[in-house]
Ligand binder design. Structure first.
Ligand code: F3S
Length: 64
């Protein structure tokens, strides 16, 4: 499963990282920089929760 982050939508709410900080890394300004990363094996449900927590709907998860 791969992470896609629409950087034009991410506004730095950091709710993704609050739920799954190891998956959704943030830059120094609080914007998500996980675009293109693969979700670690077994952490798919956590990744989904983090994606759903984003109020901007900036994160989508795609099957590889
Ligand atoms: Fe950005 Fe949404 Fe996370 S706005 S920092 S992707 S909660």
């Amino acid at each position: 499963m791969k992470i896609k982050v629409d950087t034009s939508l991410c506004s730095g709410h950091a709710r993704c990282a609050a739920i799954a900080g190891d998956i959704y890394r943030l830059d120094d300004n609080g914007y998500c920089i996980a675009d293109g990363d693969s979700v670690p094996e077994g952490q798919e449900a956590l990744a989904q929760r983090g994606a759903r927590a984003c109020p901007e709907r900036a994160i989508t998860l795609v099957e590889e």
